[in-house]
Each structure stands twice: as structure tokens, then as C-alpha cells.
Design a protein around this ligand. Structure first.
Ligand code: FAD
Length: 391
């Protein structure tokens, strides 16, 4: 007779690993299944930046993981935004919202290692590597039972299935869940560079060629993220090599002496948003649910909030449809933030430029609006951060 788990989690990336860890910490029996070897789940060779906003810091603290993450986290205290012209600039500081930091930058490989190390110490958890689910049967007469058939011809029974197997989720396809696909006609390149810059300050520049971010992660080192419109891509490359002069020119007001370009990764910016995230007792989390444009670094931050909601609902014994409503409302708000940034701040249409100019100036002139704007981008809207945060 097979053991029946409370949760089966498919995919041990950042989201699946953390979900399995937290559910097992809450006393649920879990099985985590990963198609690769766990020790090889990251293919990245160089420091790979992941921006955690202030809400994510609070969540990781609540999960009891912050002490370990903090050891390699670089604090961000200021964010400089520039849209098209030098007249259109906005500077946001952590002190504007009464906090020490706006968020942190971490190496995603180190973050995953922390989650995976903690997982292997949990007794409430079984891990199956080099395997994946190939078929699912939902047995309603057997009281919330999902039977998952895996590659080795075994079956796993669980009450719930969490699908965190990434953007090409096989299970999402099996469930016939459609997604809205957005092709930005952009490619995102990440390079780590050495440079001189203002400490603890992140930068986001919008112009008609694309969206350019700079995220510091160590004294004199930062990651630059170039989300380039495909038609302008060649302006920033000499063959396959980054054109250091044209890239330096973009950042020149904020960053000097950029050198030592080290390639991290390249993505084609085709993103997806699942139209439905829950079917029976099956929930999509992380990239299987949405892959977002990197502007504003929303992806993992949103997945963390979605996981926080899931844990809260199951602790309160809430209905699964309630989980879906709460998560969907947060997803919609994150999608609208991404759409605002890509359609308004990054657009060279006259109307968008006027709205951007007005937004920046309103935010600059009103401390209350500045706080609201920051709460939006830090995931703090409606969250009692001042009572639980560390000032
Ligand atoms: C350029 C870029 C920059 C980003 N920057 C940020 C940022 O600064 N801040 C932020 O919050 N977010 C950021 N994101 C988003 C963030 O990377 C994702 O939200 C996060 O990695 C999602 O992880 P995941 O675990 O859902 O998916 P994945 O990391 O894709 O993990 C999926 C896991 O499932 C496994 N798997 C796949 N198929 C199967 C199967 N059939 N069976 C079992 N296992 C399977 C895979 O091997 C993998 O281990 C960025 C994204 C991009 C593209």
C-alpha cells in the first residue's frame, strides 16, 4: 500500500524547493519530485543576481531563513529611475518609506543551495530525483486524492499537487491550462561588471532601445540587465561581444569605469501568464504560473507572496477556491505593475512620456504618493510592514 502524502510538489527550483520546505515545516507530509539531479539544478556558472524586495525579506524572515540568506545579501537603499530624458528622473530612498533598505540582491544559486540544504534535513519530506510525473488521475470518490504516475512506473498518492516545474511545465499542459503569451520582441542579457558607482543604489533606465537595469551586489561589482528591443540589439554588440562603449554611455550619469564584462545569461523575453492557477486540488506556483518581464524584478517576489498566501489559507483551513482568489488578485496587481512599466515608462509614444513625466513629478512632490509608489513596488500594499519590519 502506497503512503499518501499531504502534498506532492513537482519541480525543485527556487519555488518548489521553498514550498516543500515550508509545508513540511508546518507538519505536512510532502514528496518533492525533480526531473534532474538536485545538485545540478542550477546551470549558472557566475553570480546570478536575484532582487528580493522588502516584502520578500519579511517573508524569508518569517520562514526562519533570513539569518542564512543575510550572510550573502547585498542591501539596496536607493533606486534611481530615468525615463528617456534627464528631465525625467526619480530617486527613491529607503528612508522615504521609513525603512533601512528597499530590498536585497542575492545570488540565486546560493539561495537555492540554502533551500536544498534545509530540505535534506527535514524528516517530513521525501525527495525523488531524476524523475517526473507523466500522468495524473484525480479520484474524487476517494476524498481529495490525486494519483500521480511517475516515469519509473510507480504511483504517488497525495491530497494536493503543487506544480512548480517551471515555464515549460508538463503538468500545466496535461491539465490543458492555457496561458496568455506576451512577446516583447526583446532579449534580456545579464552581465556582471566591475565599476564605480554609488553604494547600495540600483538603477533602471528606460529608452527607446529597451530597459537597462544595474543591480549592485558587492563593492565595485554590479550586474547589468539589458532588455533590448531586437531591432536595436546590434547597437550594443560587436558580433557576439558586448559593445562596452555604447553600454557605458547608457549608464554614464550613474556608473563610471565599467569593465570586466562577464556573461551570466540571455533570455528571449517571451513571457506567459496562466489563465487559471488551480484545478481540483492542483495549484500552479512560480514560473509554471507566470513568467514575467524582469522589469521591477517581480517574478520570485510574487511567487513568495503566493506561497505565503497558500500557507496562511491552509493554516486557517480555508477553501482552495479562496486560495485561488487571493493569489489571483495579487497576480493581477503584479501584472499591472509590469504592464505599467513596459507600456508607459518604457514607451516612446508622446502620451506615455507625458504620463511618465506627470507620475514622476507627482511622486517627487508628495511624500504620501512616494510612500504609496514604494509600497507598490516593494510588495507592501496592505501589509503591516512597519509593525513587523526592523526599522
Ligand atoms: C532575466 C530574469 C531576471 C529575473 N530577475 C528576478 C529578480 O531579480 N527578482 C525576482 O523576484 N524574480 C526574478 N526573475 C524571476 C525568477 O527567476 C523566477 O520567478 C524564479 O526563478 C521561478 O522559479 P521556479 O522555481 O518557479 O522555476 P524554475 O527555476 O524554472 O524551476 C523549475 C524546476 O522544475 C524542474 N522541472 C522541470 N520540469 C520538470 C518535470 N517535468 N518534473 C519535475 N521537475 C521538473 C526543473 O529542473 C527546475 O528545477 C527573473 C527572471 C528572468 C527571466
Amino acid at each position: 500500500m502506497n503512503k499518501k502524502y499531504d502534498f506532492l510538489i513537482s519541480g525543485a527550483g527556487l519555488v518548489g524547493a521553498l514550498t516543500a520546505l515550508q509545508l513540511s515545516k508546518h507538519g505536512y507530509s510532502c514528496c518533492l519530485i525533480e526531473k534532474n539531479n538536485l545538485s545540478k539544478s542550477s546551470t549558472l556558472k557566475n553570480y546570478a543576481p536575484l532582487s528580493l524586495n522588502y516584502r520578500s525579506f519579511l517573508i524569508l524572515k518569517k520562514f526562519g531563513l533570513w539569518d542564512q540568506v543575510e550572510k550573502f545579501a547585498y542591501p539596496i537603499k536607493k533606486l534611481n529611475l530615468k525615463s528617456f530624458s534627464s528631465l525625467n528622473r526619480l530617486s527613491l530612498k529607503s528612508t522615504d518609506i521609513g525603512l533601512n533598505n528597499l530590498g536585497y540582491v542575492v545570488d540565486r544559486r546560493s539561495l537555492l543551495s540554502i533551500f536544498l540544504d534545509a530540505l535534506t534535513q527535514s524528516s517530513k519530506l521525501d525527495i525523488i530525483e531524476n524523475n517526473s510525473i507523466k500522468d495524473i488521475e484525480v479520484v474524487s470518490s476517494k476524498d481529495d486524492c490525486i494519483i500521480s504516475k511517475i516515469e519509473s512506473e510507480k504511483t504517488i498518492e497525495s491530497n494536493y499537487l503543487i506544480v512548480s516545474d517551471g515555464i515549460d511545465s508538463r503538468i500545466k499542459n496535461m491539465l490543458n491550462i492555457d496561458s496568455e503569451i506576451i512577446d516583447y520582441s526583446q532579449s534580456s542579457y545579464i552581465y556582471n561588471v566591475k565599476a564605480d558607482f554609488e553604494e547600495n543604489t540600483a538603477i533602471q533606465i528606460f529608452n527607446k532601445h529597451g530597459i537597462f537595469a544595474a543591480i549592485p551586489y558587492e563593492e565595485n561589482y554590479l550586474s547589468i540587465v539589458l532588455s533590448l528591443d531586437k531591432k536595436y540589439e546590434e547597437k550594443y554588440f560587436n558580433g557576439s561581444k558586448p559593445d562596452e562603449d555604447s553600454i557605458s554611455a547608457i549608464y554614464k550619469k550613474y556608473i563610471k569605469n565599467i569593465s570586466n564584462f562577464e556573461f551570466v545569461s540571455k533570455y528571449s523575453l517571451i513571457t506567459s501568464r496562466a489563465n487559471n492557477i488551480i484545478k481540483d486540488n492542483i495549484l500552479l506556483l512560480g514560473n509554471s504560473s507566470q513568467l514575467l518581464h524582469p522589469v521591477g524584478a517581480q517574478g520570485f517576489n510574487l511567487a513568495l507572496r503566493n506561497l505565503e498566501t497558500l500557507l496562511k489559507c491552509i493554516q486557517e483551513d480555508s477553501d482552495f477556491s479562496n486560495v485561488s482568489d487571493l493569489i489571483n488578485s495579487d497576480r493581477k496587481s503584479a501584472f499591472s505593475n509590469v504592464d505599467y512599466a513596459t507600456n508607459i515608462f518604457a514607451s516612446d509614444m508622446l502620451l506615455s512620456k507625458i504620463i511618465t513625466f506627470t507620475t514622476y513629478n507627482l511622486v517627487k512632490s508628495s511624500p504620501a504618493l512616494k510612500t504609496k509608489f514604494l509600497e507598490k513596488i516593494l510588495g507592501l500594499e496592505g501589509y503591516p510592514y512597519l509593525s513587523i519590519g526592523i526599522k
